[in-house]
Design a protein around this ligand. Structure first.
Ligand code: ATP
Ligand code: MG
Ligand code: MG
Ligand code: MG
Length: 577
């Protein structure tokens, strides 16, 4: 196939778009792959759509290879199934909700667990039907708080989501491992540098969920990995479990030597060492931000219970304020830090915790001193004073202590290093949550119902276009790996002579006949403009047909390495196929 630049719906831009901060966003817009239509909404122009389709093909092939079957749901979905599982409200502000002309509620699907569960319930009834895995490659909608970086975080984006249905836990484990292996093949084929990290704490059950993070400084996720073992975890996944029982039994009452009036490093160290955090603290440790947090059972968000500020009181108020919701920040008063080593205000999410350098999380029940407790509904503030001997009974449980760069790896091998990544895939052992909600059962051999167990598995297909661009570019432009590139060879016709035009056409035709996808720059533009565009567009091989042709030579340039070589024209095709 030959695509002619003279008629291609493509206009490249010399300037970076004003709203672009990350390289992929700048380059994909400049090179004419995507155009912004709305906040978090982009159109795909011909070259961009080709890359997107190539990625879809890789994903589809690997899904088919593990026996998953492709189906397709609408994006416009009724409310009731989401109500059945509670997600109509649980999903919060990210769910796009709308009404039809009769006032009936609908959602634009952010993910489709409910509908796949219902689909299987509709078609299958016997244990003999199982296992089954279904997938779709489809547009998803999420009203992201901060649509960002072009197609990296859109409000409308393409996801491959699949769902597995098994009769028992072993079956689910097999389905999960099959998806895991398929994801490794997908991301390898796409030429990505990525890590697989635990996405939930060990306390919540082994490999219940893992994320695939593309290594990138522009990533919004922070992960830690061991310098020696294969251990890797998203920092959001709390990795050193503290058994709740130990926390509760160990210290139900106050430790009298550590009072709000005598905050010292030593007393805090002492208390931390008694807190069962799985490591020993010394006064030399940075203990500026010891944070007490809790979370209500079954909820995702943490409630901030206290910040320990021993002695030196070096709290960075600006950073702390930035981490809080505005109304919560308004509650902060620097004076409080002067009088209370365990100042407690407000509510804070795990990401903000990390951004504030918070490292160790302590069970409030073993923290002496005065604490504010913020109830799950946020409105319910009250003071609990341990030294007055009142019971401290927060509505949450402590789950773990976070680990951080420089700590010992939880598996005891090596120390942890931290880096940033972009989430490109996420695999989940859902268990029976959705099957329970919809009573998804199979009739067993003994005529008794068997509750089905599910897994769900997502790949950010459109996000991958940007992620690959993040990892494959230089200061001149994009450098696509061949698997996803919009063309295999970019033939640049550089010169006005009729013979050059003929030579370029002939080469393009031969390459095309041999099965290569050719982008032919046959425009009436200067060689300089054409070279710059070829570098910007990023097709893996650039073939320059110019003055050298008179001597029987053309130039072959590898876009990724920028190495160029003069090649006899009769060998050029042979070289490239
Ligand atoms: P993130 O942490 O980046 O918000 P997520 O955990 O909310 O992603 P999942 O619900 O796990 O996303 O969805 C599966 C995949 O869909 C993600 O791994 C990611 O690659 C992709 N994805 C999620 N949100 C977006 C988005 N707003 N734009 C583009 N791709 C997205
Ligand atoms: Mg998200
Ligand atoms: Mg995520
Ligand atoms: Mg995820």
């Amino acid at each position: 196939m030959i695509t002619r630049m003279s008629s291609l719906f493509l206009r490249t831009l010399r300037e970076d778009p004003a709203d672009a901060e990350v390289p992929s966003h700048k380059l994909l817009v400049r090179a004419g792959y995507v155009r912004r239509v709305a906040p978090g909404g982009y159109s795909w122009l011909p070259l961009g759509l080709r890359v997107l389709r190539r990625i879809e093909t890789v994903v589809r092939e690997e899904m088919d290879a593990i026996g998953a079957q492709e189906i397709q749901f609408p994006a416009l979905l009724p409310k009731e199934p989401y109500e059945t599982t509670g997600r109509w409200t649980d999903y919060g502000d990210s769910l796009f909700r709308l009404q039809d002309r009769k006032g009936v509620d609908y959602a634009l699907g952010p993910t489709h667990e409910e509908f796949f569960a219902l689909a299987v319930k509709g078609e299958y009834s016997s244990y003999k039907d199982y296992p089954v895995a279904l997938y779709q490659i489809q547009t998803k909608y999420r009203d992201e708080a901060r649509p960002r970086a072009g197609i990296l975080r859109g409000r409308e984006f393409v996801m491959k989501d699949s769902y597995s249905f098994d009769l028992d836990d072993e079956g689910l484990e097999r389905s999960y491992q099959a998806h895991r292996a398929a994801y490794i093949r997908i991301f390898d084929r796409l030429g990505l540098d990525y890590v697989v990290v635990a996405a939930t704490s060990g306390a919540m059950g082994g490999s219940a969920s893992e994320e695939f993070l593309a290594v990138s400084p522009t990533g919004e996720d922070t992960y830690v990995r061991s310098t020696e073992s294969g251990f890797a975890a998203n920092v959001e996944a709390v990795v050193t479990p503290v058994p709740p029982a130990q926390a509760i039994e160990g210290r139900p009452e106050a430790r009298p030597h550590h009072t709000p009036d005598t905050p010292t490093i030593e007393s805090l160290v002492d208390f931390l060492n008694g807190a069962g955090l799985g490591r020993t603290f010394t006064a030399a440790d940075t203990l500026k931000n010891v944070l007490v947090k809790t979370r209500a059972p079954g909820t995702k968000d943490w409630t901030l219970l206290g910040i320990g500020v021993p002695g030196d009181r070096e709290v960075d108020m600006k950073r702390l304020e930035a981490a809080l919701e505005p109304d919560e920040a308004a509650l902060l008063d620097e004076k409080d830090f002067a009088t209370n080593p365990f100042l407690v205000k407000g509510y804070i999410g795990p990401k903000s915790l990390r951004d504030n350098g918070v490292r160790y999380l302590v069970d409030p029940r073993i923290v002496p001193g005065t604490a504010w407790v913020t109830g799950a509904d946020k409105a319910d503030h009250h003071v609990v004073d341990l030294l007055c001997g009142r019971d401290f009974t927060p509505d949450g449980t402590i789950e773990a202590a976070e680990v951080w760069e420089g700590d010992a790896s939880p598996d005891g091998q090596g120390t942890l290093i931290a880096a940033r990544g972009i989430e490109i895939g996420h695999i989940f052992q859902l268990g029976r949550k959705y099957a329970d909600a919809f009573e998804l059962d199979a009739l067993g051999a003994d005529s008794k119902p068997i509750r089905i167990t599910m897994g769900s598995y997502g790949v950010g297909v459109s996000r991958l276009v940007a992620v690959i661009a993040e990892q494959h570019h230089d200061e001149l432009g994009l450098c696509w790996p061949r698997t996803v590139a919009p063309a295999d060879v970019h033939v640049v016709l550089a010169g006005k002579d009729e013979s050059i035009a003929e030579g370029a056409e002939k080469l393009a035709a031969e390459l095309s006949e041999r099965g290569l996808r050719v982008l032919l720059d046959d425009r009436k533009a200067s060689p300089g403009v054409k070279f710059a565009d070829a570098e910007l567009v990023g097709v893996p091989t650039i073939l320059v047909v110019g003055r050298g042709l008179a001597k029987g030579l053309v130039e072959v340039k590898d876009r990724a390495s920028n190495e160029r070589e003069e090649v006899p024209v009769d060998e050029a095709v042979q070289r490239l196929v």
